[in-house]
Structure formats: structure tokens, C-alpha cells
Design a protein around this ligand. Structure first.
Ligand SMILES: [Zn+2]
Length: 466
């Protein structure tokens, strides 16, 4: 039982009984209670558990053991070289796995660049966007690449491999026979943020990933409910209360756009199978292409645009008219804003990671961390949505700022309907809860994960700040 809590939308303090994984009762706080376990909220706010609408659980888990190769820790070529040197002298002769690389650090690095600085060990460094790896010669050797078996995404210039591998995650994993990373560390971190559910938006998710999520939940490693996007191969996977099938994920890449008809066919067949689609759009070209395809193929309720990173007025209107939803990453303004200020044309800057304009146009809007490509802390994302401040302190797109309440709601809509509807705490609903340390009037001025006191998923306490 949680007593003496404030629930949003309710003026008075309430007591909440949890039983059998659900909220069994909620009523005005009384002075005497008899229950086995009682937590006194002391007037602090009790929220529904937060849902991260866009993340990559396994990549997030793998990132914990990886070398950071981009800002803020690594900003210059010299920083990167010294980070690689340090990992080179580590006792383990195995792979160096680098992540978060941005060309602003040392340009378009390739195999030769890596060979100059770290020739002795196999190295793979992932570009910040997650679409490209750069491999050194040792890595190509370890992966046993030959002319016959090189995957299509491995770039060649004049017949020679440059070490750049595009869209090669599935091939990499099969060549490396890599173990899947354990999920308990990231899952516990998410619980500490008050997160009780995530949508895993990895396009390549198939039955193996589904089975791994299931096993991790059964073994208590993975505490959150997971909505799994992925290929059509998960169509027949068995759903349960913790694991549900999400949208068919389409990962557009501006430089490798599919045939428009092919994309339309993919959308139509997902719809025919009763699934909505989620289309990754970070560039304007990708967004325009996706909107054309959706217009031609038809929209199913629940179709969503991931990121909508650059959204000019015409496309914003089209998103509204087509009845699409948007899942955004407000924290990219805080994490990458200074880079955007130099890389993105001034004309496009007001259209970056818009938020208030979507709400004004009645476009359902929700948020996801995109971890490991963005920070997994939803409270930082909420703060960024309110402040729109870059790391260096510049304010970007002030007109797109949200109120703290709007920012919170980005994480409160149900997984199947981002931006539409809201979890509420009523009798009979799942006991997925996030108890804070203070009343909302305090929290709204201090959007921080330090405010999270305890988290329950299905009535089970999965985080307690103690
Ligand atoms: Zn993503």
C-alpha cells in the first residue's frame, strides 16, 4: 500500500492498494491503515510508470563496455588517438569496440586511419548515428573477409576495402558469434529513472531477439515491459503481458533510399498483417520520402514517424493531415545542439526536433531516448524539452519549448499509442508506478532522476532509493 500520495489530476491525497499486480483500490487518504507493506509518500507525487517510446536495449547494454569515441568526452583527433592508445595497452588482446563517433572529431576516418593509430588489435568504431562501423585491417582479418564473402555494406574504393561497413550489424554478429549482452544493468538503470516499459525500435529484431527478451524477463534480468518492433519475422511470436509486438520498422537512409514502390509494398503488407509501421526519418529527404510512401500506400492508425529531426511547415502539415504520430528526442538539443548550430543550415535550425508546433498542429507527440545513441535518462529529456538549451548554453528553437507537464506527458502515453491517451492511476489498471520524493509543484522546477524514490512494475518493487 502506498499512502498519502498525490496523484495528478486529483486535488486530495490518496491511498493506493496494490494487489495481484494491479491497483486494487484508490481512495481518499485515511489516518489508520492496515496493510502488510506500507510506504508513506508524505504528499509526494505518484506517477504512472514512464514509458520510453524509442530505444535499443541490446545496443544500450553493449555500449556499457564500449569505448566512447565522440563528444562530449572525445572532441579532437588527439583525444581519439589517446583513447585508442589507452585501450590498446589494456591487457585484453581482443576487440576494441568504439561507439559514438562523429566526423567532427577526426573527419571521415577509415581503415588506414585506424591502422596508423591502432594496428595491433581488431577495432570497430561505430558512427554516432548507429548506421556505420569503421574497421581496421586486423578487424577485417578477424572477420575473415575475402572477396567472396564480403557483405554488400562493406565499402570498396577502386576494389580495395575502406573498412567502412554500412548497415552491417546482422552480418557482424554472425561473423563474431557474439554473445548477447546481459540486460540487467541497463534494466536496473531504467528502473531507477522510473521507467516501467520500453519500445525496442531495432529494425532487425526477429524471433531470436524476441526469445532473448522473453528469457531475460523470465529470469528477472529485464524488469520492464517491452514492445518489440522489428521485421515481419516476429509476426508469429507469442505475446504476453510483458512482451508485445510493435510496429514494422523501416530504417530509411538518405544515401541508400529504397525504391518508392518497394517501400509502399512493405507498408501495405505490414498493414495487411494488422501491423502499423514506424519510419526512421532524420533528414528532410528521408521525411519527404516517407510521407510520399505513406500517402501512396495509405495510413493505418498507429503509423509513426521516428525522430522527425528536421520538419519544415509543409511536412508538419502533411504529418497532421495523414494522421501520423511522432516520436522525438528532445535531449538531442542538449546533447548535440552545439554541433547542429555549426552543421545545420540556419534556415533549417528552427525546424530541428520541434515539439510545441506538433502539439499546436494536434500531432500526437511522444519521446524516446534512442539509447545508446542518446542518454537514457527521461528526466534529462524532459528538462531539454522545457529549456531547449545546448551544452554550451545556447537556446535553440525557443518557440518549440514545452511546459514541464507537456514534457512529462511525452513519457506517459501507452506503448501502442504514443502521444495518444495517457496512463492513469485507477482501480484495475496495472500497478506500474513511479513515486517521486516531492510534490509536482517542486518537481516541475527540478526535472531530475534524483526525484525518483521508487518504481513498481506490475506491483513488484523494481527500484527503491532506500
Ligand atoms: Zn533508434
Amino acid at each position: 500500500m502506498i499512502r498519502n500520495a498525490r496523484v495528478r489530476g486529483n486535488e486530495f491525497r490518496v491511498d493506493i492498494h496494490l494487489e495481484g499486480g494491479i491497483i486494487a483500490g484508490i481512495g481518499a487518504a485515511v489516518s489508520h491503515v492496515t496493510a502488510e507493506h506500507v510506504i508513506d509518500a508524505d504528499g509526494a507525487v505518484l506517477l504512472p510508470g514512464l514509458h520510453d517510446h524509442h530505444m535499443h536495449l541490446m545496443a544500450f547494454a553493449a555500449s556499457l563496455d564500449s569505448l566512447q569515441c565522440g563528444p562530449p568526452g572525445v572532441r579532437t583527433e588527439a583525444d581519439l588517438v589517446s583513447a585508442l592508445r589507452v585501450s590498446n595497452t589494456a591487457g585484453d588482446p581482443g576487440w576494441v569496440r568504439g561507439i559514438g563517433y562523429h566526423p567532427g572529431v577526426a573527419g571521415d576516418i577509415d581503415r588506414d586511419w585506424l591502422d596508423r593509430h591502432i594496428p595491433e588489435r581488431p577495432v570497430r568504431i561505430q558512427h554516432r548515428g548507429g548506421r556505420m562501423w569503421v574497421l581496421n585491417s586486423r578487424a577485417l582479418q578477424a572477420l575473415q573477409v575475402s572477396h567472396g564473402n564480403a557483405p554488400p555494406g562493406l565499402e570498396r574504393v577502386d576494389g580495395r576495402l575502406t573498412g567502412r561497413l554500412y548497415e552491417g550489424d546482422i552480418w557482424l554478429r554472425s561473423q563474431l558469434h557474439s554473445q548477447r549482452p546481459e540486460l540487467s544493468t541497463v534494466s536496473r538503470r531504467l528502473a531507477r529513472y522510473g521507467i516501467t516499459g520500453v519500445t525496442d525500435t531495432t529494425p532487425a529484431n526477429g524471433p531470436d531477439e524476441w526469445a532473448y527478451f522473453h528469457q531475460s524477463q523470465v529470469e528477472g534480468e529485464l524488469l520492464q515491459r517491452v514492445r518489440v518492433m522489428g521485421t515481419d519475422a516476429i509476426q508469429s511470436c507469442q505475446e504476453n503481458g510483458l512482451l508485445t509486438r510493435g510496429e514494422f520498422k523501416v530504417h530509411l537512409l538518405e544515401s541508400l533510399l529504397p525504391d518508392l514502390d518497394t517501400l509502399c509494398d512493405d507498408i501495405a503488407s505490414a498493414h495487411a498483417a494488422g501491423r502499423s509501421v514506424a519510419i526512421h526519418c532524420v533528414t528532410l529527404t528521408e521525411l519527404v520520402f516517407a510521407l510520399h510512401a505513406l500517402e501512396a500506400a495509405g495510413v493505418r492508425s498507429g503509423d509513426r514517424i521516428e525522430h522527425a529531426s528536421v520538419c519544415p511547415p509543409d511536412q508538419l502539415t502533411a504529418i497532421h493531415e495523414l494522421g501520423l504520430r511522432v516520436v522525438t528526442q528532445p535531449h538531442f538539443i542538449a546533447e548535440r545542439g552545439d554541433q547542429y548550430l555549426t552543421d545545420v543550415a540556419a534556415r533549417e535550425q528552427p525546424w530541428l526536433y520541434r515539439a510545441a508546433s506538433f502539439l499546436t498542429e494536434s500531432v500526437p507527440l511522444a519521446a524516446g531516448s534512442d539509447a545508446p545513441f542518446g542518454d537514457a535518462d527521461p528526466w534529462q529529456a524532459m528538462r531539454a524539452a522545457v529549456e531547449r538549451r545546448t551544452a554550451a548554453g545556447e537556446v535553440m528553437g525557443r518557440a518549440e519549448a514545452l511546459t514541464p507537464e507537456q514534457a512529462l506527458r511525452l513519457f506517459l502515453s501507452p506503448p501502442h499509442s504514443p502521444g495518444v491517451g495517457e496512463f492513469t492511476l485507477t482501480a484495475g489498471s496495472p500497478a506500474d508506478l513511479c513515486l517521486l520524493h516531492s510534490p509536482w509543484e517542486t518537481v516541475r522546477h527540478d526535472l531530475s532522476c534524483e526525484q525518483v524514490r521508487a518504481t513498481w512494475r506490475g506491483g513488484e518493487l523494481i527500484y527503491d532509493s532506500g
